[in-house]
Design a protein around this ligand. Structure first.
Ligand code: VNL
Length: 393
């Protein structure tokens, strides 16, 4: 009896040490450093992604495998020098386990060398130039690529009586990707591109460029502009009477962005776009996501929000796969090849390219009586499991 007591006491004492040791380990938080444009021209992208990351944490808890999750959000104002400095500070001073966000391509490019040098996984939840994932072996993307979103609308256009087109893109990485892949796919389908227009990224005045479109009289104008510029574009398109000119407007879904679509008004009706996410995507998971997001934020989630939400999922499940230990290389290995259901549909992180493989939908802007008679991108066709065509070259 006595001996058993002793053993028991010893076991309890030993286990107590165990728990203490574990507690010390568990007390160390797992830090995720988001770098986002919270101010400036791309501020809506920062607002959407931050809101989505917080929603994910509220729904899934702030602890993974005994590690407390700490979210740090830094504002780079969309300025790449600032992005680089913040990435350095987050890695060196804050000792974050993952960096994430990156609202525009130049910001993602600026942070890539820091990810490589420090072996820190870098989850890109916005920027969408194809080449980004090639800038560091530590980059993983949950947003999309412009070639991926563009090829399906070039197919749709050619099959729907559009024979001539003018391209109209923001003059930097993603716009040049959209232009290149629209032209090659549209030509492959027998179409003819009769004009190529590029608009400045910073504070563009679309009027002179729209005049050029009117003069060229194509069957359609294909547009890519980054999230946040769609409403201004659509307003000027309408003011110049282009919506009644017989020139069809087609675009990637960045233009009929859910963040601004409700305010665009009737000028947006009937615009056909291709993209990976619509707030009106009719899955059960998306309906729950949109309802929870709107209840928490009082605005509609857009494609940036979904990429932020899925970026958090990717990080949570990678951390769980390492049993809470983390570590740059182990996390990265656990992110590669992940397949999961997103509010947009099923997605895959391609283990070879670390880029996202996803369905691309063809959608048309309509008023939806069942959703408060508001404007939505209503999906009517899909290309399944589209890999980034930019990687094939
Ligand atoms: C980019 C691409 C930015 C698509 C976007 O919105 C967008 C980019 C800010 O790669 O810079 O819709």
């Amino acid at each position: 009896m006595m001996r058993r007591r002793l053993w028991l006491d010893a076991a309890v004492a030993f286990c107590g040490a165990c728990v203490l040791g574990f507690a010390a380990h568990a007390a160390e938080p797992f830090k995720i450093g988001f770098i986002l444009p919270m101010t400036g021209q791309q501020a809506s992208t920062g607002k959407q992604i931050e809101a989505a990351a917080k929603l994910y944490m509220a729904q899934h808890g702030a602890t993974v495998s005994g590690r407390k999750i700490e979210l740090i959000v830094k504002d780079d104002g969309g300025a790449p020098d600032m992005t680089k400095r913040l990435a350095q500070e987050l890695v060196v001073n804050d000792k974050v386990d993952v960096i994430a966000g990156f609202g525009i391509t130049p910001a993602a490019f600026a942070a890539a060398p820091i990810a490589t040098q420090s072996k820190t996984p870098m989850v890109v939840t916005a920027a969408a130039t194809s080449a980004i994932t090639e800038r560091s072996p530590y980059i993983v993307r949950t947003s999309f690529t412009l070639p991926q979103a563009t090829v399906p609308i070039a197919d749709w256009a050619a099959k729907n009586g559009i024979k001539t087109a003018v391209t109209f893109v923001a003059d930097y990485g993603p716009g040049l990707d959209a232009e290149k892949f629209f032209i090659s796919q549209f030509k492959l389908n027998g179409g003819k591109v009769i004009g190529e227009i590029r608009t400045p990224l910073k504070s563009p005045d679309f009027a002179p460029f729209l005049q050029k479109v009117a003069d060229l009289k194509p069957d359609a104008v294909f547009v890519f502009l980054p999230s946040g510029q769609g409403a201004a574009f659509m307003k000027q398109f309408g003011e110049r009477g282009l919506d009644k000119s017989g020139i069809r407007l087609i675009a990637t879904g960045d233009v009929t962005d859910d963040d601004q679509l409700a305010e665009m008004g009737d000028v947006a009706l009937g615009v056909v776009t291709s993209h990976h996410y619509s707030a009106a995507h009719p899955s059960a998971m998306n309906k729950k996501f949109v309802a929870a997001f709107e209840a928490a934020n009082h605005f509609r989630p857009n494609f940036m929000a979904v990429a932020g939400y899925d970026g958090m999922h990717l990080i949570y499940s990678a951390l769980a796969a390492t049993g809470g230990k983390g570590g740059g290389d182990a996390l990265l290995a656990a992110m590669k090849g992940q397949v999961f259901e997103s509010p947009r549909g099923q997605i895959l992180i391609d283990a070879q390219t670390r880029d996202i493989v996803q369905d691309i939908y063809i959608r048309k802007v309509e008023r939806v009586p069942a959703m408060g008679n508001q404007l939505y991108n209503v999906e009517f066709d899909v290309q399944k499991a589209v890999k980034d065509p930019g990687k094939a070259k």
